[in-house]
Design a protein around this ligand. Structure first.
Ligand code: SF4
Ligand code: FES
Length: 257
């Protein structure tokens, strides 16, 4: 089939970008979306032109590297699917597609469809880990965990850090991402010792980045390729309120001393 692409081309963060039109004939419905872009890039390279920059790694929907807007929708039209897992059979002959990078101040464009998502790395570095020395891998069943909590923790842990939630949010808020990272540890026994310090520090880092505030619009959940639920945001908010109370009490005690 024939596909017409309008792709955001931008040499670097400082350069002015623009949409450039490309036509691809002979697109197979069995190709993944990224394979279709590989074909375009082979054509461009063959003609001595600059290939389109886009990020990818696993191409299996697990690493979180890929992602851009297709006709204004993060990761494209197939719900619960990363762009690397999207296949051309979901499009039809003659379709025109507009591809743009994530649009958010916190994710500056590096080149074409690639953005800098290091804001997410800094949020994780602020507390998205368990800092105890756990030694070698423990036996799988050494710490019993209720099935319901284990399931919820696993659901939250599915966040791949792709950034679609920020790109889809009119406020460019990272609440769904941060809430998923906070939740998956807050639900497990191993996450308890640092639970409230973690939420306080991760929220503080989120606020230090140029990310917006959450106003419960829900675009993030709709765009998330891993179907991370809004209820994780509610959990983060509850833990954050408790953390504010705990740390205010500590400050008051320290002040009295
Ligand atoms: S919450 Fe969903 S959309 Fe946001 S970074 Fe995680 S996987 Fe991507
Ligand atoms: S390339 Fe790894 S999730 Fe898409």
């Amino acid at each position: 089939m024939k596909i017409v692409l309008h792709i955001w081309r931008q040499k670097n963060n400082k350069a002015q970008g623009m949409m450039v039109r490309y036509e691809l004939g002979n697109v197979s419905e069995h190709m993944s979306f990224l394979e279709m872009l590989d074909v375009l890039n082979e054509d461009l390279t063959g003609k001595g032109e600059d290939p389109v920059a886009f990020e990818h790694d696993c191409r299996e929907g697990i690493c979180g590297c890929c992602g851009f807007m297709i006709n204004g929708v993060a990761h494209g039209p197939q719900r619960g699917t990363t762009v690397c897992q999207l296949h051309m059979r979901h499009f039809k002959d003659g379709d025109e597609l507009w591809l743009e990078p994530w649009r958010a101040k916190a994710f500056p464009v590096l080149k074409d469809l690639m953005v800098d998502r290091s804001a997410f790395d800094r949020i994780i570095a602020a507390g998205g880990y368990v800092s105890v020395n756990t030694g070698s891998a423990p036996d799988g069943n050494a710490v019993p965990i209720e099935k319901q909590k284990a399931d919820l923790a696993m659901d939250a842990a599915q966040c791949i850090g792709c950034g679609a939630c920020v790109a889809a949010c009119p406020n460019a808020s990272a609440m769904l991402f941060t809430a998923a990272k906070v939740s998956h540890l807050a639900l497990l026994p191993q996450g308890q010792p640092e639970r409230y310090r973690r939420v306080r520090n991760m929220v503080a880092q989120m606020q230090a980045e140029v990310l917006g505030a959450c106003t419960n619009i829900g675009e993030c959940e709709a765009a998330c390729p891993k179907s991370i639920k809004l209820e994780n945001i509610a959990r983060l908010n509850r833990d954050f309120i408790k953390a504010s109370w705990i740390f205010r009490k500590d400050t008051a005690v320290a002040g009295a001393g």
